[in-house]
Structure formats: structure tokens, C-alpha cells
Design a protein. Structure first.
Length: 125
């Protein structure tokens, strides 16, 4: 698979997962994450290490985290031999703008997200 195809696959998976999140369904995001997934979010007191912890967080939000629309602004995925790194800025109509960075390994499958950094939404006035 070419770097371009891998990049497009990863971005498409992220978009599909976000579409499900619009209705409070975290399952597509959880399906992307590896068992040793690490989640950094400034709204949380501690970093979450391991898939089980992110699953617990996301399941606590199932059906509650409803967003009426979102847009990915200039998504970028940098690919090397073993890893892919996505940089996403997303606009949420109810939450403002957020920045995300995710590191994927085993990029030929595009399905093993190992780490995510998430910024707090920035609201526009």
C-alpha cells in the first residue's frame, strides 16, 4: 500500500469514527485503538494508559456526547516505514475548535492507533 493510500485510509477511518461520535457512539474510535493505547487530555487529571481505561471513559460518555456537526480542517497524515502520525484540527459547532495528534503503528493496516494528544476546544466569539 502506498503512503498516499495509507494516509487516506487513516483519515477516512478518523472521519468515520467522528461521524459515529456525533451520535454518542464511541465504538469506531475504540476499534482503532491498540491495547497499549495512551490518551493525553488536558481536561483529565491523569494520562490514561491502556485500552481498558479509554474504553471506560468513552463508555461513560456513550449516548451523551452529542455534537450536531464537525469539520476536519486540513487533516494531515505523515507516514514513515512503521508509523503514521495524523494532525487534525476539527471544528465542532457546539464545542469550538480542537487539535488532535495521533500516532499509528503498523500503518499498512491503518488500524492501530497507539497514542492520542487532545487539546481543549477553543471557542470562537
Amino acid at each position: 500500500m502506498s503512503k498516499q493510500n495509507i494516509s487516506e485510509t487513516i483519515i477516512a477511518l478518523e472521519k468515520a469514527a467522528m461521524q459515529a461520535w456525533l451520535n454518542g457512539n464511541p465504538s469506531p474510535f475504540l476499534a482503532l485503538y491498540s491495547k497499549d493505547f495512551t490518551y493525553f487530555d488536558p481536561s483529565l487529571e491523569w494520562r490514561l494508559d491502556g485500552w481498558n481505561k479509554i474504553e471506560k471513559l468513552y463508555e461513560s460518555m456513550r449516548g451523551k456526547a452529542k455534537i450536531d456537526q464537525f469539520e476536519m480542517i486540513k487533516p494531515r497524515c505523515t507516514i514513515n516505514r512503521h508509523h503514521g502520525c495524523t494532525d487534525l484540527q476539527s471544528a465542532h459547532s457546539t464545542r469550538g475548535y480542537a487539535l488532535e495528534r495521533k500516532l499509528y503503528r503498523g500503518v499498512s493496516s491503518g488500524r492501530q492507533c497507539r497514542m492520542e494528544n487532545y487539546s481543549l476546544p477553543h471557542f470562537t466569539h
